[in-house]
Design a protein around this ligand. Structure first.
Ligand SMILES: [Cu+2]
Length: 176
């Protein structure tokens, strides 16, 4: 009886862990490349593309151009700060003097909800100056990327999410 109780308890614990860390949806094989930085647009403070439509299971692959950028997840209501302590965050580990950084940051699209992102670089106030974007904006909503950027322009200093690399993977940037 005691042994049975222990097994039941162990099973409950495993289920609890599984629900706390959901698995990625099945991969679709589709990759969306987003470039953090630009050689032409907005003095380099730009994600290209900055308005992405993706399906559940698609992979987002963030490439980093010169200047020290990051990719961080916020809410629509509060631009330039993490959506919560579990926000997706590339970290600042992609500095490059020219071309693309040797590594990329990848993560899987888990649902169709709007996913707002920004660069949390405070040196030059990248988010306040327009370095933000969205995956799966609701085009029937007033919560547009333009509205996000307008709100971002009026915010204070950006805050980086607490965990660099959270929510995704840092992997080598393979040439196409
Ligand atoms: Cu930046």
């Amino acid at each position: 009886m005691v042994a049975f109780t222990s097994i039941a308890f162990a099973a409950t614990t495993i289920l609890g862990l599984a629900s706390a860390a959901p698995q990625n949806p099945p991969p679709t094989g589709v990759i969306h490349r987003i470039f953090a930085g630009s050689t032409t647009a907005n003095n380099g403070l730009h994600f290209e593309p900055e308005n992405v439509v993706a399906e559940v299971g698609d992979l987002i692959e963030v490439h980093f151009l010169p200047k020290n950028h990051s990719f961080a997840q916020s809410s629509f209501d509060k631009p330039c700060v993490p959506i919560n302590d579990n926000a997706v965050f590339s970290g600042f580990q992609f500095v490059t003097a020219q071309g693309e950084a040797p590594n990329v940051f990848t993560f899987t699209v888990k649902d169709k909800n709007p996913f707002w992102f920004y660069c949390s670089q405070t040196n030059g106030n990248h988010c306040q100056n327009g370095m933000s974007g969205v995956i799966n904006q609701n085009f029937n909503s007033p919560n547009t990327l333009a509205a996000y950027k307008a709100k971002a322009a009026g915010t204070g200093t950006s805050i980086s999410p607490p965990i660099p690399g959270n929510g995704g993977q840092v992997v080598p940037n393979k040439p196409l």
